[in-house]
Design a protein around this ligand. Structure first.
Ligand code: GLC
Length: 580
């Protein structure tokens, strides 16, 4: 390892500030709340905090619509408190990575205000302005410049009567896309990133970076095909709109832009920084290009293959069954694909995904803790950098939403309104939202068994988790058998064992429907991971190289058990061995 790839032995923890801890009683989490809870992060043992956006924002998409990149929104506190957070983390040996959204700004950003003010404003070209489609009445359905849909329902274009043109937004109308073709835009973004690094942050989690470069045909944005690209799952509704995936994902100049960003922002700075890109609908080949150190783009990317496995032909809300084998095959391909070149980000959950224990495990009372532990064991022992989403270290399941008025997320609310207006059965729409809606991961972090789970003294912005009184941090941090304690041990293992950080990965039993097993190897040191990722009792891993005499158990999910690699596994039981 070189100082530049320190993140191979690191674990990142994502804080969603709105829902982490509220210090001023207004019902919304804030920087003061995070500062008060740094001990929790230190006890867990994580190395890096990824902080979801705290910039000034009208909060149409909870801060992923930034109106001022250089300041903190008063809802979350002040820039001085952000400095305090950076200092507090650094004192404890942790780093801070800021979430940064540069595919789009808020419509309230000064850049967009200038851009929309007149067709000949010098900043007009900082965003994508286009004329209505000829032959249509401007502002009426069909007059949009292209047939593109937005990820949050509705068309990707909004008409601006003042100048008679449309602007592009791949997400909500409040999130206009920046035009990365314009070098002034790119320089303004790099300058802003440099100011953050100069201020002391340790890097960025770059929101949807794979969307920055759009395909242009003779200078124009083309229509999308009205057939589904297999990679389009979850991006837009292709029954109504053209498929934008081939037109906006990993577009022709994306690698040029990322190399330029690296040169202008990161090159020449001392080691210790992290730049991770969020890249929906990205293939292994693309991920290799992004993360090959020789190409100097980003350190790692979040790929989406495993979070799209339960999306059907109509996209994210068309939920189809997903098996453990699907997950194993997908992750196996990514482990092999980035074995020689590049690096994986390892995640099961974040603020955009439902809770992993419900989705990939089993949240029934008898299985919840074991499945939370064993999913984490498998994830953390892969080759790559693991990410822990707040609450996953407690084994929090989905909320079990039954009514749309319990939800707050723009994506869910828009989808409900659009789907029901289009005639879909409201109960079926609600069932899909309950299973996959982003608010599952956005309800307040439960700290203790007090009324609002210790999150706030006020009224929380969204109801606390129904299990907050039993599944909470206070109940777990001192319990050696808790999910939290298991996460502590997994994180320590990555710090202590070079084989976890640097070892090769070899999948065993690739076709087994219950057992997820693999070997990590580094400098003659070998670890064996065996997990029963199913409800089936007494599963025996038919390991070819068994009986593995003298294997040492390093970590087991079942308290007190000291089995060997070939002893039967209880439902959702996992074990990590050092092999002789
Ligand atoms: C990313 C963020 C998500 C946000 C979207 C638009 O996918 O993770 O929360 O809604 O980008 O910025």
């Amino acid at each position: 390892m070189t100082a530049r790839d320190w993140w191979k032995s690191a674990v990142v923890y994502q804080v969603y500030p709105r829902s982490f801890a509220d210090s001023d009683g207004d019902g919304v989490g804030d920087l003061g709340g995070i500062i008060e809870r740094l001990d929790h992060l230190q006890r867990l043992g994580i190395d890096v905090v990824w902080l979801s956006p705290v910039y000034r924002s009208p909060m149409a998409d909870n801060g992923y619509d930034i109106s001022d990149y250089e300041d903190v929104d008063p809802l979350f506190g002040s820039i001085e408190q952000l400095d305090e957070l950076i200092a507090g983390l650094h004192e404890r040996g942790m780093k801070l990575v800021m979430d940064l959204v540069v595919n789009h700004t808020s419509a309230a950003h000064a850049w967009f205000q200038e851009s929309r003010s007149s067709a000949d404003n010098p900043q007009r070209d900082w965003y994508w302005w286009r004329s209505p489609r000829p032959g249509f009445e401007p502002g009426t359905p069909g007059a949009e410049p292209t047939n593109w849909g937005s990820a949050f329902s509705g068309p990707a274009w909004t008409y601006d009567a003042a100048t008679g043109e449309y602007y592009l937004h791949l997400f909500a109308p409040e999130q206009p896309d920046l035009n990365w073709e314009n070098p002034e835009v790119r320089q303004a973004v790099y300058a802003m990133m440099n100011r953050w690094l100069d201020r002391g942050v340790d890097g960025f989690r770059m929101d949807v970076i794979c969307l920055l470069s759009k395909v242009l045909v003779d200078g124009e944005l083309p229509d999308g095909r009205l057939e589904r690209d297999p990679l389009g799952a979850g991006v837009v509704d292709v029954t109504t709109y053209g498929d934008t995936t081939p037109l906006v994902v990993n577009g022709p100049r994306i690698h040029e832009f990322m190399q330029e960003m690296h040169r202008e922002v990161f090159a020449g700075r001392p080691p210790g920084l992290l730049n991770v890109g969020e890249t929906p609908a990205t293939t292994i080949e693309q991920a290799r290009l992004y993360t090959d150190p020789a190409r100097a783009e980003v350190d790692m990317v979040f790929q989406f293959e495993h979070v799209d496995l339960d999306s059907g032909p109509q996209g994210k809300w068309d939920i189809v069954p997903m098996t453990m084998l699907d997950l194993k095959r997908s992750w196996g391909r990514w482990q092999d694909g980035l074995a020689e070149t590049g690096w994986n980000s390892l995640y099961l959950g974040n603020h955009d995904q439902p809770r992993c224990v419900t989705r990939y495990g089993n949240d029934a009372p008898e299985h919840r803790e074991q499945s939370a532990k064993s999913l984490a064991t498998v994830l953390h022992l892969h080759r790559g950098t693991p990410y822990v989403y707040q609450g996953d270290e407690l084994g929090l399941p989905n909320v079990g939403f039954t009514r749309i008025d319990q939800m707050r997320d723009i994506e869910s609310l828009n989808h409900y309104a659009t789907a029901v207006a289009a005639g879909q059965d409201p109960a079926a729409v609600m069932a899909a939202l309950s299973a996959k809606g982003r608010d599952n991961a956005r309800v307040p972090m439960p700290w203790d068994d007090s009324p609002s789970g210790g999150f706030t003294t006020g009224t929380p912005w969204i109801d606390v988790h129904p299990m907050a009184s039993t599944v909470n941090a206070a109940a777990q941090v001192d319990d050696p058998d808790s999910v939290f304690a298991h996460f502590q041990r997994l994180i320590a293992l990555r710090h202590d064992e070079p084989v976890v950080a640097h070892g090769t990965f070899r999948m065993l039993l690739p076709d087994d429907e219950q057992v997820y097993a693999f070997v990590r190897e580094h400098d003659g040191d070998r670890l064996l991971v065996v997990a029963n990722l199913s409800d089936v009792p007494d599963v025996v891993a038919e390991l070819e190289e068994a009986p593995y005499d003298g294997a040492d158990l390093l970590l087991g999910s079942v308290p007190g058990a000291t089995p060997s690699p070939t002893d039967p596994l209880a439902p959702w039981e996992s074990r990590v061995f050092r092999l002789k």
